[in-house]
Design a protein around this ligand. Structure first.
Ligand code: ATP
Ligand code: MG
Ligand code: ZN
Length: 503
């Protein structure tokens, strides 16, 4: 893997500038330009960099004690003591708080709220009496002060701000102040004068990180690096940065929506895949303790084309509304579009409907939307989306407050989901009284109070739980139908009695 490729050429002391070629995707370096990186096989990622260095400091001067082998019992234990970031949601993603001596990389799209979050963390940590240095290379000290005032950050005695682009001066300040927490905003905006490469270049950000890691370890300082993310979703610059630091977090969310997800991607001190939820408010980011309630805020039970699914973000279950709109196709080729859900899965679901249920989806346009701008990355959302589509097609809502989960296979079978019980508990907590789940997941190890759990084997079993349509067929048929097997009477239920949109 490219990550394991260590190139130290630029760090070997030489004063003469030389040109090297660096892959922006993986950080590998080459003596000449190529169209394709031979390490990570990415196209057009190799850029020219001018590099000249002065001799690097020996490791001891960098603060790394000359390593002597020691017994585990001789290793000082204090390095493991975590301290709170001041945000329970942030601590959760970190695996329990800030670890002294660790380096955290926080990535995210421009304007998503990275500086806001780290400034709030910095102020909260400082408010507990720990010393904090916030170094910004992006904004003036006045801008940061204005933001701090807006965030109600106060003026903690132990908080120091520094508007600086020069790595060496920032390092001097760290050595001087020995803060508990250092924030660098952002890694692309500062540069080392030891290196002729441009700020933000792969060589620079790798060099900066290489310089800061031993300093964090030496002073037992937690260093938070803010990094910008490219449109492709990777940190601008090399992925090698992710391998160097201890923790990688991404701040996500849609620009025009208020909530933000803080996602752990890598963590040397805890589980990855943990998610923290925040809401962007006038006074900065506010923790959301009950994200499902936020995502369901505008949900109206009994509306057609809508279903509630229970999805997992990391280990955390979240209830989310999915919406579908199915209407007669406006062109010869029916249109499918999905926001927050994988397009290919939607195409697959539509094909299952057409082939297994005889639904005329080949003549219908289908739009699917996950409310709140969340992305459903797991197949457990399939059944809910399927129900929303059928509900829209037939113009009938799902019954009552029902939550739906399950993967739908090509034969129309409902496949099991992992971690069913936490999802169900979350649903019960939010007042849902009925859950449609894969029959293969049952029986539950322990019943969930106040929640009726209904197993479904095939997608057509789930259709019985659409609100009864008096105009079509005898209600008794569905009320008494056992929850088993084949597309018997349930299929007739499905004949589209009326189509919304055709009046
Ligand atoms: N004066 C303000 N009042 C209310 N909200 C504001 C104000 N200024 C900024 N914001 C909110 O904060 C967001 C910007 O946050 P922030 O500057 O922390 O983002 P960032 O990720 O650091 O961006 P950048 O990539 O530009 O550094 C804006 O999108 C906006 O929602
Ligand atoms: Mg910023
Ligand atoms: Zn590469």
């Amino acid at each position: 893997m490219c990550a394991s490729t260590r190139h130290t050429g630029y760090a070997i002391g030489m004063a003469k500038p030389k040109t090297i070629y660096t892959c922006e995707a993986c950080g590998s370096q080459f003596p000449r330009w190529m169209g394709r990186c031979t390490e990570c096989e990415a196209w057009n990622t190799i850029v020219e960099e001018m590099v000249s260095t002065v001799a690097p400091l020996p490791p001891v001067a960098q603060g790394r004690a000359a390593a002597q082998p020691m017994r585990l019992s001789e290793v000082p234990a204090s390095a493991g003591n975590r301290s709170s970031s001041g945000f329970a949601e942030f601590d959760r993603v970190l695996g329990g708080g800030l670890v002294p001596g660790s380096v955290i990389l926080l990535g995210g799209d421009p304007g998503i709220g990275k500086s806001t979050l780290m400034l709030q963390v910095a102020a909260r940590v400082a408010a507990t009496g720990q010393s904090v240095l916030y170094a910004t290379g992006e904004e003036s000290a006045q801008q940061v002060k204005l933001r701090a005032e807006r965030l109600g950050a106060g003026d903690p005695e132990t908080f120091r701000l520094m508007a600086e682009n020069d790595l060496e001066r920032i390092i001097a300040a760290i050595n001087d102040l020995r803060p508990n927490l250092v924030v660098i905003d952002s890694i692309q905006a500062i540069s080392s004068s030891q290196l002729a490469a441009a700020p933000g270049s792969v060589s620079q950000i790798r060099h900066i990180t290489n310089q800061l890691i031993p300093i964090a370890k030496q002073h037992l300082t937690t260093i938070g690096l803010i990094g910008h993310v490219t449109k492709e979703g990777s940190l601008a610059g090399p992925r090698v940065l992710e391998h160097m630091v201890d923790v990688v977090l991404y701040c996500e969310g849609e620009r025009f929506r208020t909530y933000r997800l803080l996602r752990g991607v890598k963590n040397r001190f805890g589980a990855t895949d943990e998610v923290g939820v925040f809401e962007m408010a006038e006074g900065g980011l506010v923790e959301v303790e009950n994200p499902s309630a936020l995502f369901l805020a505008e949900y109206e039970a009994e509306s057609t084309g809508s279903a509630i699914i229970a999805t997992l973000e990391g280990t955390r279950p979240m209830l989310v509304e999915v919406q579908a709109l199915a209407y007669p196709a406006t062109a010869a080729v029916p249109r499918r579009a999905a926001t927050g859900y994988e397009y290919n899965r939607l195409v697959q679901l539509a094909a299952v409907f057409e082939k297994r249920l005889g639904l005329p989806l080949g003549k219908a346009d289908v739009l699917v939307n996950v409310v709140g701008g969340l992305r459903i990355g797991e197949p457990a959302g399939d059944l809910g989306i399927a129900m929303a589509i059928i509900s829209s097609l037939r113009g009938v809502p799902l019954t009552g407050r029902t939550v739906v989960m399950g993967e739908v296979g090509l034969a129309g079978e409902v496949r099991r989901v992992h971690q069913l019980e936490p999802r169900l508990r979350e649903a019960a907590k939010l007042g849902f009284r009925r859950a449609l789940v894969p029959a293969k997941n049952l029986p539950l190890r322990s019943p969930i109070p106040d929640l009726e759990v209904i197993g479904v084997d095939r997608i057509w079993d789930a259709l019985r739980h659409l609100r009864e349509q008096v105009t079509t067929e005898p209600a008794a048929d569905r009320a008494t139908a056992p929850h088993t097997g084949e597309p018997g009477p349930a299929v007739t239920v499905v004949q589209p009695a009326r189509r919304p949109g055709r009046s």
